[in-house]
Design a protein around this ligand. Structure first.
Ligand code: FCB
Length: 433
């Protein structure tokens, strides 16, 4: 059976940042830094999903999907990162999970979607090896509490963004700009993933466990050997840096050499990081165009703006054919048992007219990417599910609330939800599948 779903993440939708015993995460801290987030937005209220989850579950049911991919907020359930569980926080996820099941929707959580407890950051965050062990303890506790009702688990979402955007470029929490810290963060995130796989399997051998990686294929406009090198480095930095350790138990040699830095690997780490997985969660949004640039850091390439291409409201190129190629490539290169598209979607400047939101651009993006995915599936790639990003408009990290990815529009002042025309398209497509 093919699984149809929708995705969200805790910090982007829940709000209730100071309620129910939740402690601050690195995103609460980061969003307070002047200039860090567009318009000074933060996730204090977001979509108020903490209080409106019943309405949101009704919308998920209305869409007719099989599964709901959400994330558990670590600082809501273990406010200090380590130590006592917060019952009020756990009760919220009990209600959410039970509410999904009552509606015939399979709850499918991610354990880490970037909202590290600030208390753990204060001890070094992902730069500190201990964080990986605390993450595994947290994973174990969630499996014990919810494992009677949850079968599918994603450990970590997009370590690329946590490691590089958070610790090398500083454009996401915790806002650090240092290559060695980014490398350490990568290794400890992946180690945390591996330890969590073991921790989850300790609770039940029946769980299906995976990790979500985002892939951004690269092309170049030139045809020189240097341009090809730019593509190789971009692919290494964005994609292989994370997928190779997980599926091949080693970091890509060309990238390690080009960095000229040590990865803090201890004996046994690569075995843990490459534990066999039941599935790969794959996120795809766009392809990038790169050019060689000897002076660029940390690797000698830069992003360039390809002329005359279709772009979303994020400025990301729309290229569905890349999605088909990517799926085939990942299947050949890494042979995951199964692939689930855990995120795919697009942002546009939606407007409400007469109480309705017509978003033909999003519908077209969705339709073409679904076709592209099924093309890969028909060619033998074991892609067995698709989760649209996102159920509702939400806090788009450093872009704040201006970028809208939802199938369902959120009018933030009133918190009214309005299904966009793309939501009707998705609903029909699922119904007719
Ligand atoms: C992904 C994130 C998700 C959302 C989409 C647009 O990188 O996992 O939270 O921001 O991009």
């Amino acid at each position: 059976m093919f699984t149809w779903g929708v995705s969200t993440s805790a910090y982007q939708i829940e709000g209730a940042a100071n309620e129910g015993g939740r402690a601050p995460s690195i995103w609460d801290t980061f969003s307070r830094i002047p200039g860090a987030v567009a318009k000074g937005d933060n996730g204090d209220v977001a979509c108020d999903h903490y209080h409106r989850y019943e309405e949101d579950l009704d919308l998920i049911k209305w869409l007719g999907v099989d599964a709901y991919h959400f994330s558990i907020a670590w600082p809501r359930v273990i406010p200090n990162g380590k130590g006592p569980l917060n019952q009020t926080g756990l009760d919220f996820y009990d209600r959410l999970i039970d509410g999904a099941l009552e509606r015939g929707i399979t709850p499918w959580p991610t354990l880490y979607h970037w909202d590290l407890p600030q208390a753990a950051q204060d001890k070094g965050g992902w730069n500190n090896r201990d964080t990986a062990y605390w993450f595994a303890e947290y994973a174990h506790a969630m499996a014990e509490r919810f494992g009677d009702r949850i079968k599918n688990w994603v450990t970590i979402n997009e370590p690329f963004c946590s490691a590089w955007l958070g610790h090398l470029y500083g454009v996401m929490a915790p806002g650090i700009k240092d290559l060695q810290t980014g490398i350490n963060a990568t290794h400890h995130l992946l180690l945390g993933h591996g330890l969590a796989v073991d921790a989850l399997r300790q609770v039940s051998a029946d769980f299906k466990v995976g990790i979500t990686l985002n892939f951004t294929p690269a092309i170049t406009l030139g045809d020189s050997a240097e341009d090809q090198l730019a593509v190789q480095y971009a692919d290494g930095f964005d994609n292989r840096w994370f997928a190779d350790p997980v599926f091949k138990a080693s970091y890509p040699k060309d990238i390690v050499e080009a960095f000229g830095k040590e990865v803090p690997i201890q004996p046994g780490d690569m075995d843990l990081i490459s534990r066999p997985l039941d599935f790969l969660g794959l996120n795809y949004y766009f392809r990038q165009t790169v050019a060689y640039d000897e002076s660029a850091k940390p690797l000698p390439y830069k992003m360039v703006t390809a002329p005359n291409v279709e772009r979303t409201g994020m400025g990301w190129e729309v290229h569905a054919g890349t999605f088909t190629e990517l799926l085939k490539h990942i299947n050949n290169e890494y042979q995951p048992k199964e692939i689930f598209i855990t995120e795919n979607g697009s942002a546009w400047d939606d407007v409400v007219v007469d109480g309705k939101v017509d978003d033909p651009n999003r519908t077209s993006y969705l339709a073409r990417h679904l076709d592209a995915m099924f093309e890969a599936k028909n060619a033998g790639v074991p892609v067995n599910g698709y989760f649209a990003w996102s159920l509702i408009d939400n806090f788009e990290w450093a872009y704040g609330y201006d970028k809208r990815f939802g199938l369902i529009y959120v009018d933030y002042p009133t918190q009214k939800r309005i299904p966009k025309s793309s939501a009707y398209y998705y609903r029909d497509r699922i119904k007719n599948s």
